[in-house]
Design a protein around this ligand. Structure first.
Ligand code: NAD
Length: 305
């Protein structure tokens, strides 16, 4: 019998899948680091979310542990190099929130184009801002997607369905060109994307090469009145440069789900009326949370088969 320790609470659908597949689950979702250290070696697999930290110290006596499954995207709470050095497989579920993030970006574009948040704020303050809130339609406008991976691809498909033109830039274009073609997007250089888009949305990981990849030079290359959207990671867009660009008034505005400082982002940025923002809720859909658990459950079941 394969013994799995479920150390953090995960969506019940993944739990059911593992049970139905005949795995023996031990649900200890409040287990402390000290207790975990003593028992971890007795299991074949462990499932965690972000509460449980699988550090070198905890993994030292990993005994018969063969798999670590992190229900979620990031692996910051797992010492992956150490685990792999001990021959332990590490799984996560980076594909789970892709659609949730793509839909949030659609929401951002609709909000920026039609001033939904501004109208709502006005009404809540007793103001009828009808005359100030003339907007525009997305159909016929151009969306530039930087990073055409899981999220960029889904966003591109949805934008095309709304009648938008889509420009795509990706450093691994040869690997993903077929997806760009499938969507009906146009593969372009970054400068062409910046100059030709009404909305620029970034969907790249935060790496040394992507830190502040959208800064003053890139803002200067953008079309007059264009919007920038960041639902990737804080730091991909240079917030100081964004504030300066918005101050100049050449841009239409911005939408941000992620910030250089979380959970206390720059108040000068988030209180601007030309910035729509949300508190890193890209993955906070019921479907994404369920996906985190069912995707890692599937990977675990496959491994033990
Ligand atoms: P992915 O790995 O599927 O795609 C990323 C793409 O970016 C790849 O195609 C890659 O080639 C490309 N890329 C890398 N460096 C680049 C560069 N310098 N210039 C252009 N393209 C580059 O990732 P994904 O699942 O689509 O996620 C994209 C981003 O969204 C990540 O930063 C991820 O952390 C973030 N994300 C945010 C939330 C949220 O809650 N807001 C949720 C999930 C993911």
């Amino acid at each position: 019998m394969v013994k799995v320790l479920v150390a953090d609470s995960i969506h019940e659908d993944g739990v059911k899948m593992m049970r139905d597949a005949g795995l023996e689950l031990d649900m200890q979702t409040e287990i402390t680091a000290d207790a975990l250290k003593k028992v971890i070696g007795g299991y074949d697999a462990i499932v965690v979310r972000s509460r449980t930290k699988l550090t070198k110290d905890v993994l030292e006596n990993s005994g018969s542990l063969k798999v670590i499954a992190r229900a979620g995207v990031g692996l910051d709470n797992v010492d992956v190099a150490y685990a792999k050095g001990k021959g332990i497989e590490v799984y996560n579920s980076p594909e789970a929130p892709s659609n949730a993030v793509a839909e949030l970006v659609l929401g951002f574009m609709l909000d920026l184009a039609r001033n939904i948040s501004r109208g709502d704020h006005g009404l809540k303050q007793g103001k009828w801002l009808k005359k100030d809130l003339g907007g525009f339609e997305l159909a016929g406008r151009t969306l530039g997607i930087i990073g055409f991976g899981r999220i960029g691809y889904l966003l591109g498909k949805k934008a095309k369905a709304l009648g938008m033109e889509v420009l795509a830039f990706d450093v691994m274009m040869d690997r993903i060109r077929h997806l760009v073609v499938e969507v009906g997007a146009k593969d372009v250089a970054l400068d062409e994307l910046l100059a030709g888009s009404d909305f620029v949305s970034v969907h790249v990981p935060l790496l040394p090469q992507t830190k502040h990849m959208i800064s003053s030079a890139q803002f200067n290359k953008m079309k007059k009145g264009a919007y920038i959207i960041n639902a990737a990671r804080g730091g991909v867009v240079d917030e100081a440069a964004l504030k300066a660009a918005l101050e100049e008034g050449r841009h239409g505005g911005a939408a941000l789900d992620v910030f250089e400082r979380e959970p206390d982002p720059d108040p000068d940025l988030v209180t601007r009326s030309d910035v729509v923002c949300t508190p890193h809720i890209g993955a906070e859909s019921e479907e994404a949370q369920r996906g985190n658990s069912t995707i890692v459950a599937e990977k675990l079941i496959k491994f033990f088969k």
